[in-house]
Write a protein that binds this ligand. Structure first.
Ligand code: G3I
Length: 343
């Protein structure tokens, strides 16, 4: 690690990595602080991590990462407030009591009363998260508080639906309006309602490089903006493979550019299908080189790789990241730093 260039010094935007507590000590933490200027908590700011039971907020794991950011002068990209996954069932349930006094959890209905319950839960969750990090680390946008952005809604797009919206529990109970509502609440809670506020508010999704998903997301975002929702930016996860044409990624960035929003690459990894060979790892190096050549043309608010090493990846079988399990730089690293170093 000592004798190779820092990735953050060779890319034009803030460079991020998904981490958890394992990256806050030892050699892994040195890798993170050497190569990255920002991180996303991989799981620790998700609803199930922060509010496993209604009204019982657990910020210890998130705060440990926030402390690591403060100590090492790293920016934090929050992930995520409203999602269909890793969100406890209680959000979408109520307790009913039968004639014998037996209590059962049943799904919230679409009655006005149940909708009000879920709306209040959304508000309480977002406001409590925003208030906790403000109280603990100081006002957003001031030294001490490292949070620069947040995924307000995650993976709400489904290109197979006529309106492009995933049929999640949020959608089932509240209908399409829940997305704008989440942004309104987040804007007030993090930025005091100031559209120029310090915490950039994102809609984040995967497969946005594919034309149908891209178009579905584009029209959802267009509608949100037309309705005045305080959306600051679009996050493209970019969980891709070597077979993914880079041209489609470029088409996606070009498609959203006229909207005048921020764009970020939020969860990049490039999986190898089948057996991992040296040849494939070199091919992956060229893929990262070509991809970053394209990305360099865009004024992205950040680019984040979804994990520090292949062994720490959610898709480790595809060895999709820049460093191997021994923390050694792969051809993928050299593809970004210096394609001349590739064989
Ligand atoms: O917390 C439990 C732990 O108590 C238990 O012992 C352990 C046993 O398997 O599981 C732990 O939960 C795991 C959780 O990560 C926290 O580590 C889950 O099994 C595991 O499925 C979960 O995976 C995460 C996944 O999101 C869940 O959807 C991955 O680490 C994380 O990389 C992944 O990230 C998502 C983004 O949030 C959204 N976009 C897609 C991306 C990749 O799936």
């Amino acid at each position: 690690q000592d004798d190779i260039p820092s990735l953050k010094d060779v890319v034009p935007w803030p460079f991020g990595v998904a981490i958890d507590e394992r990256e806050t000590t030892g050699a892994s933490s040195q890798l993170v602080t050497k190569h990255f200027g920002q991180f996303t908590p991989e799981n620790q700011m998700k609803p199930e991590a922060i509010q496993p039971t209604e009204g019982e907020f657990t910020f210890a794991a998130a705060d440990a990462l926030m402390d690591f950011a403060v100590d090492n002068d790293l920016r934090v990209y929050g992930h995520t407030l409203v999602w269909h996954s890793q969100t406890p069932d209680w959000f979408f349930e109520k307790t009913v009591t039968d004639a014998e006094g037996v209590e059962t959890a049943v799904p919230l209905s679409t009655s006005a009363e149940d909708q009000a319950v879920l709306r209040a839960r959304m508000r309480t969750h977002i406001e409590t998260v925003a208030e906790h990090f403000r109280t603990t680390y100081g006002e957003y946008g001031t030294a001490g508080n490292p949070i620069v952005g947040f995924d307000v809604v995650n993976e709400v797009i489904a290109e197979s639906e006529p309106d492009g919206l995933r049929r999640s529990e949020w959608f089932r109970v509240l209908g399409p309006g829940y997305i704008a509502e989440a942004f309104e609440i987040a804007s007030e809670a993090f930025n005091g309602g100031d559209p120029e506020g310090p915490v950039a508010l994102f809609i984040n999704d995967y497969n946005t490089e594919l034309p149908a998903k891209r178009e579905a997301m584009f029209s959802v975002v267009e509608d949100l903006l037309a309705a005045g929702a305080p959306v600051d930016g679009v996050g493209h996860q970019l969980h891709v493979s070597l077979a993914q044409p880079i041209g489609q990624i470029k088409e996606t960035l070009d498609r959203f550019a006229p909207l005048g929003l921020l764009q970020n690459v939020s969860e990049l990894d490039v999986g190898i299908d089948g057996t991992i060979t040296q040849e494939k790892l070199v091919e992956q190096g060229y893929y990262y080189a070509d991809l970053f050549d394209v990305l360099r043309d865009y004024d992205l608010s950040s680019v984040t790789v979804w994990g520090p090493t292949d062994t720490r990846s959610w898709r480790s079988e595809g060895s999709p990241l820049l460093f191997d399990g021994q923390l050694q730089a792969k051809p993928a690293y050299w593809g970004i730093v210096d394609r001349a170093q590739l064989p």
